[in-house]
Design a protein around this ligand. Structure first.
Ligand SMILES: C[S@@+](CC[C@H](N)C(=O)[O-])C[C@H]1O[C@@H](n2cnc3c(N)ncnc32)[C@H](O)[C@@H]1O
Length: 191
């Protein structure tokens, strides 16, 4: 069971992606993976931008179930596996919004990035939007979930085998309304 299951019906995520930057880097005919899609908020937003093939996956059964009941038209899948059931290079682009933020172990983050690198096409774009802190910050959120707001350098260091095309800090308050920063990174798979 995921620690997100028990809060799936009462959280409303608020971290934004930069849709202008995303559209400028990812062609409309791309097949996109929304990794850690939650209840499909970003999956839906990407479809509304005009993309047609967007798959959302999440390790919380209850998040996916909420998403499918609110938006049955979305392709949201519950997946708890460490190895993704997708072929090498299956996706043109992968999006993570506030996902690494709630993965507090470095080795687990690295494993995820390595698996995402495998399922991304050569030259494909990975887009990260994550809460970011000047000083790396581990804490438990108001909803009881373990969080890690990493520094800009820590996020960038995770993207070995990608070429970082842009890395931008913006203001974005947390779900509980605290002032915070977010990082938006666009990186391309190079090898
Ligand atoms: C803060 S929520 C963000 C949800 C969504 N991306 C959004 O911004 O609306 C983080 C999500 O990541 C999911 N998650 C965490 N670890 C995961 C993993 N290893 N595989 C898939 N999903 C994961 C959680 O279940 C949760 O739904």
């Amino acid at each position: 069971m995921s620690e997100w299951d028990s809060v799936a019906d009462r959280v409303n995520f608020n971290l934004k992606i930069s849709t202008d930057d995303f559209v400028a880097s990812v062609p409309l005919e791309s097949k996109i993976l929304d990794f850690g899609c939650g209840y499909g908020r970003i999956t839906k937003q990407i479809l509304e931008l005009g993309y047609r093939e967007v798959v959302g996956i999440d390790s919380s059964k209850e998040m996916v179930s909420r998403g499918l009941s609110e938006c049955p038209e979305l392709d949201l899948r519950y997946l708890s596996a460490e190895v993704l059931p997708f072929s090498d290079g299956e996706f043109d682009s992968i999006v993570l919004c506030a996902v690494l933020t709630c993965i507090p172990e470095q080795s687990y983050r690295e494993n995820i990035l390595s698996e995402l690198h495998r399922v991304l096409k050569p030259q494909g774009i990975i887009y990260l939007a994550e809460f970011c802190s000047d000083q790396s910050l581990h804490f438990v959120s108001g909803t009881g979930v373990s969080m890690w707001h990493s520094s800009k350098a820590e996020f960038e260091a995770l993207l070995t085998n990608f070429n970082i095309e842009s890395s931008t800090l913006v203001d974005n308050s947390t779900m509980s309304g605290h002032k915070s920063k977010a990082i938006h990174i666009i990186a391309r798979k190079v090898i």
